[in-house]
Structure formats: C-alpha cells, structure tokens
Ligand binder design. Structure first.
Ligand SMILES: C[S@@+](CC[C@H](N)C(=O)[O-])C[C@H]1O[C@@H](n2cnc3c(N)ncnc32)[C@H](O)[C@@H]1O
Length: 203
C-alpha cells in the first residue's frame, strides 16, 4: 500500500502532472496573489512539502504563512525546503478535522482539491471557518472528468479502481472526491471558475 509520502509529494510536481492540472495549480496561485490583502496572516491546510508556500512567498513576500499538515514527514520536508530557499513560514503538525493549536488567521486556504482527500468534510469546513475570517477552498469540479482524472491520478501514483459518482475509489489509498457546482454552491461563498473547478471564498 502506498504511503502518504509516496503519493502527495507528486501533487505539486507541475511538469509531471497533466498540463491542465498544472494550469489549474498556477491559476490558483495567481488568484491568491491578487485576492489576499497585504501582510495577511494565512493558514494553508495540507501544506505538504512547502512547494505552494514557497511559490506564494515568491509572488507575495509580505504574507505571514503557517502550513498545517497531518503527516510529520511533510512537516519535516516543508521546514527543510523553506530553509533551503531561505524563506520563513511556520509549519505545524495537525489534523484539520480536529482542534489545532493555532487561530486568528485572516485566511485559511485549502487548494488543489486537498479537501477531496479528507473523509470528514463537515468537520474540516467547520474547523476552517473557526480558524480564519475568510476560508478559500479550491476544488476540482465537473471539468475534472473521468479521462483527466485517470491521467492525473496515474501521474501521482494512484490507481483508480472505480468512479462512483463524484467519488474516485482508489486501490489501497484514501478515496478522493471531486465536487459538483451544487455542493460548492452550498458553501455559500463567492465562486471563481478555475480550469478544473471552483475557487470558493467563504466569509
Ligand atoms: C493534495 S496534497 C496538497 C496539495 C498542495 N499542497 C497544494 O497546495 O497544491 C494534500 C495534503 O494534505 C495533507 N492532509 C491530508 N489530510 C489532512 C488533514 N486531515 N489535515 C491536514 N492535512 C491533511 C496530506 O498529508 C497532503 O500533504
């Protein structure tokens, strides 16, 4: 069974994933760069090895970013990568479905369909709203169709066993959701369309 390290690390390897997925990733960065207010305090849920934090700090060095990840190995590589490039951010170990020892962010961001990998959607949304004034969630929608999804998941080392509506049932890994517009509408935020789905600003 692949470990989290085997899989997640590939999500931000932009030259390895299908071009439309790379485009989506970059689109998220350019939207965030324009949307986040100056000197904002930002929590990224699922910061992985810090690739996204570093990309954000490259375009918005004023941001005060904290990364949160459930995997100790990701926290360690995030810290190592930040140090390697001389960028500063706080990185903490935690599970967004449970209480985490931080608060009072201007924004909580959860990108690249990270929410789709977390089984307890309700607890994740509730905690994100408690942690920040605004919550920004970017997810894959109907545009992440069966063909694109299969090539994306293959590129990050996952095998899709079957597709059950909006649920990708994986061989030996957590199942992954994509989101219909109806589900995102229910979050009651401002929606911007991305190449693969929805960027939703809540609060
Ligand atoms: C799809 S990757 C993140 C994508 C990438 N960092 C980006 O911004 O494009 C998902 C990350 O979320 C983390 N993660 C999964 N479940 C989590 C949870 N319940 N709480 C916090 N982090 C979680 C994983 O360990 C992984 O590093």
């Amino acid at each position: 069974m692949p470990t989290a390290d085997d899989i997640y690390i590939h999500c931000d390897e932009l030259d390895n994933i299908p071009p439309i997925c790379k485009k989506n990733w970059e689109f998220e960065i350019s939207l965030l760069a324009t949307k986040l207010k100056p000197n904002a305090k930002v929590l990224q849920v699922g910061c992985m090895d810090g690739t996204r934090i570093i990309a954000l700090l490259n375009t918005r060095p004023d941001l005060d970013i904290t990364g949160l990840d459930i995997e100790q190995s990701m926290v360690d590589s995030c810290n190592a990568n930040l140090e390697k490039v001389g960028k500063k951010a706080t990185v903490i170990l935690g599970d967004i479905t449970k209480p985490v020892p931080v608060s009072d962010f201007d924004y909580v961001i959860c990108l690249n369909n990270t929410l789709g990998y977390i089984p307890d959607q309700e607890a994740s949304l509730k905690n994100m709203k408690n942690l920040g004034e605004k919550v920004i969630i970017s997810v894959f929608g109907e545009g992440f169709d069966d063909e694109i999804s299969k090539s994306y998941f293959t590129s990050i080392g996952l095998t899709v066993q079957s597709i059950d509506g909006d649920m990708f049932v994986m061989d030996d890994f957590v199942n992954v959701l994509r989101y219909s517009k109806d589900v995102v509408d229910n979050w009651d935020g401002k929606i911007t369309y991305t190449p693969l789905g929805y960027f939703c600003e809540i609060g």
